[in-house]
Write a protein that binds this ligand. Structure first.
Ligand code: GDP
Ligand code: MG
Length: 152
């Protein structure tokens, strides 16, 4: 029997050490009342020059861009990834992680919001290692963006 569940594939993109693996990957989420099954690809670049491959970008329905607010290079990494998808309209959502570490902040929330304006996407800061609910919201938001793009 064919599943009636909507499926969304999300690639989590970010420099090493930003906290990608720390996200509590739930595999089912309600998006505006609709159950969505999402599959996550946690990409593991070995160094900061390692941009995601076109296979990853082509596989994904949506991209979750993660940087650490305590690491400016991880923010710059996402700007470089952005040039890879400049000609594509794949939905993106940007996450500034580790906002429990404001004393070590290198990237302001305003800069994160500005990058989100460039990508015309959503943005929020979270502490993935500490908060489950805000991370769940992030996955809801990227799924919502993918579903909205499919309706177009
Ligand atoms: P990845 O390379 O992006 O997969 O990063 P990891 O998930 O392995 O996390 C790298 C380090 O950052 C680990 O030591 C995590 O415990 C830590 N980390 C992840 N999320 C947070 C967070 O929200 N706050 C703090 N303070 N540390 C975090
Ligand atoms: Mg990892």
């Amino acid at each position: 029997k064919k599943s009636s569940l909507t499926e969304v594939k999300v690639a989590v993109i970010g420099a090493p050490g930003v906290g990608k693996s720390e996200t509590r990957y739930k595999h089912e989420v309600l998006v505006d009342g609709e159950p969505v099954l999402y599959e996550i690809l946690d990409t593991c670049p070995k160094n900061e020059d390692d941009l995601p491959s076109s296979e990853i970008i082509n596989w994904a329905d949506g991209l979750l861009f993660v940087y650490s607010i305590t690491n400016r290079r991880s923010f710059t990494f996402l700007k470089r990834v952005g040039t890879l998808i400049a000609d594509s309209d794949i939905p993106v959502y940007i996450v500034g992680n580790k906002n429990d570490m404001v004393h070590l902040r290198e990237v302001s929330a305003e800069e994160g919001a500005m990058l989100a304006r460039d990508f015309e996407c959503g943005f929020s800061e979270v502490a993935a290692a500490e908060q489950v609910a805000p991370v769940a919201v992030v996955f809801q938001e990227i799924c919502r963006a993918v579903l909205a793009a499919r309706r177009k």
